[in-house]
Ligand binder design. Structure first.
Ligand code: ZN
Length: 114
């Protein structure tokens, strides 16, 4: 076990390199308050994940949260937020469509198996 109390960093669970906590994103759910993956690995994971329909919806939601929190340039923000809302809406429609198709396929498969 690592001594969590007095260390300033930890090993990344992905690349297994010991890095300072500064190089990890904050995560309140973790006992040490940091992600288990370093920033570099988190970014690489996010790049892959964001290409999936689920991922892009979450990405836009995160961007929205971030922009609300950062709160500078309020005029621009409202335009950007509208844009993000629209994209979330479009993505949700796509997801619903995909899920519907999945259910239909599953039903057909069940009928086929009988
Ligand atoms: Zn890493």
């Amino acid at each position: 076990m690592d001594s969590l109390g007095d260390s300033n960093g930890k090993n990344c669970r992905k690349c297994h390199v010991y890095k300072n906590f500064d190089l990890y994103y904050k995560n309140n759910k973790m006992t040490d308050g940091r992600h288990s993956y370093c920033k570099e690995c988190t970014k690489q994971n996010a790049k892959k994940y964001n290409k999936t329909p689920n991922g892009s919806v979450k990405l836009y939601a995160l961007q929205k949260q971030y922009r609300i929190r950062s709160g500078k340039q309020k005029k621009n923000n409202s335009i950007i937020l509208k844009e993000i809302d629209r994209k979330i809406y479009e993505n949700n429609l796509k997801l619903k469509e995909l899920k519907k198709r999945e259910i239909e396929i599953n039903k057909e498969m069940q009928n086929f198996n009988r």
